[in-house]
Design a protein around this ligand. Structure first.
Ligand code: PMP
Length: 455
């Protein structure tokens, strides 16, 4: 039986406080110590929390947050069902902290093929709670107080707060648009780094660069030449590369996704990040991974074992079975990694046509399932407010979801605070959606355009 220690402790405290001339309750009320850790200063806002709530409240059609509304492939769902109902009840228990053995083994086999080098599943691969936790492990493990980390703008928004939380300083370098002169639609390939500008960002304080190819939000697939330039600078300045490749299979028009880790001098300094959520259209499973040299991964393991420790066994087992299937079908037409980009390419083309048809000029993405479009012809409905600190595209996206029921994400959300007003004429759509969803979005835009022309 538990002893009730409460009354005597309370008695002691009351005695002590009354002898000091005040009660314990007034002492509590007066507590003025700051509760928030300093490293959280300025990073409390999150675009997804705000826009997901807006979409849930107002949207009829949601092309905002990046997730498919079509089902994950049958073979993956069947793998999960088998895992749940099979005889191995141990799959409901903890597994190895750094990755369920069948999953790290098959990931190592897969990446051996992709990188053309031998990998040790136990030291060169680690499973994480989605790519998000993989990124968190990288920044916590590799970035120190005072380190600089180069981030290419526009970028997946969590890189900046994660660098800051680790005590580092983000240094931004932009992709600059060069619109084609012949009146053709812009492509994500027209957004490029200026080599001299990129080189100027490297210094002895630079610890790492974050590369995201294919890139969210533009859909840019960095060319081999662009990657060679980044690699050369990394080697010259002894800089690490955090390579976020979650959209590695979502590349269109026969383009090739080049892995920077496969370039000269890069394996030893690169951590590759992947996501089963993107790879198998199952974002809610939150299974991700890192692949890289042990000299880097050993530090990521320290962060992992002292934070989440481990990710759901059952999801890891099903993803392992998914990869085993894909390994068998590698490069064959039945492979999901061959079929998914084909299907997404059709969806991309459909949305490109439909946006172009209403005058919302799309930037044709070479990869991912995102597309950025120019909202200029629709701006008259959402007049500018020179007194507002909020970028125009953000107010436009909010107005659109509230008044037209169509959710999208402003491009400024993918820029740093200092540069959020650089490009405010664009919004990002996610096209990993059923035909009916894309058609409903197109209907909204067409109706809107008609209303504009008849008014
Ligand atoms: N990196 C990028 C570029 C992303 O777009 C996302 C998801 N939107 C992530 C990482 C996080 O992936 P996960 O859902 O596996 O955590």
């Amino acid at each position: 039986m538990l002893r009730r220690a409460g009354p005597s402790l309370r008695h002691f405290l009351l005695e002590r406080n009354s002898s000091a001339g005040h009660s314990s309750y007034s002492r509590e009320a007066k507590m003025s110590r700051p509760v928030q850790a300093r490293r959280l200063e300025g990073i409390d806002k999150n675009i997804w929390v705000e826009f997901v709530k807006l979409a849930a409240t107002y949207s009829k059609v949601n092309l905002g947050q990046g997730f498919p509304d079509f089902p994950a492939p049958d073979f993956l769902r069947e793998a999960l069902t088998r895992t749940l109902s099979g005889g191995n009840h141990m799959l409901h228990q903890y597994t190895r902290a750094f990755g369920h053995p069948p999953l790290v083994k098959v990931l190592a086999q897969f990446f051996e093929k992709l990188l053309g080098r031998d990998l040790d599943p136990m030291t060169n691969v680690m499973v994480t709670v989605g790519a998000y936790q993989a990124l968190f492990c990288c920044f916590q493990a590799l970035v120190d107080e005072g380190d600089e980390v180069i981030i290419i703008e526009p970028f997946f928004d969590c890189y900046e707060p994660m660098v800051k939380m680790a005590g580092g300083t983000p240094v931004f370098v932009p992709l600059r648009p060069n619109p084609p002169k012949d009146g053709k639609l812009m492509s994500s390939a027209d957004w490029q780094l200026d080599p001299a500008e990129l080189a100027s960002k490297f210094s002895e304080r630079t610890k790492a660069i974050v590369l995201n190819s294919p890139n969210n939000p533009l859909g840019k697939v960095f060319s081999r030449g662009e990657l060679e330039l980044i690699a050369e600078l990394c080697v010259k300045h002894d800089v690490l590369c955090i390579s976020d490749e979650v959209y590695e299979w979502l590349v269109f028009d026969g383009k090739q996704h080049t892995r920077i880790a496969s370039l000269q001098g890069m394996w030893e300094r690169t951590v590759i990040i992947g996501s089963a959520g993107k790879t198998f259209s199952a974002t809610g499973w939150k299974v991700g991974w890192v692949v890289g040299p042990d000299r880097l991964l050993q530090h990521l393991r320290t962060v992992h074992q002292n934070s989440v420790y481990h990710c759901a066994t059952i999801a890891q087992e099903a993803v392992a079975q998914g990869f085993q299937r894909e390994l068998m079908l590698y490069g064959k037409p039945e492979s999901y990694f061959v079929q998914l980009p084909k299907e997404l390419q059709q969806k991309r083309d459909w949305l490109v046509q439909s946006l172009d048809g209403v005058g919302m000029k799309p930037i044709i993405p070479e990869g991912t399932y995102f597309l950025v479009a120019d909202i200029s012809p629709f701006k008259s409905d959402v007049p500018d407010d020179p007194n507002s600190d909020e970028p125009y595209d953000s107010r436009f996206a909010k107005w659109m979801v509230k008044n037209k029921g169509l959710a999208a994400i402003p491009l400024s959300a993918f820029y740093s605070e200092a540069h959020k007003n650089n490009y405010t004429n664009f919004i990002r759509f996610c096209f990993a959606k059923e035909e009916a969803t894309l058609k409903a979005a197109s209907d909204i835009l067409q109706k809107w355009k008609q209303e504009k022309t008849s008014s």
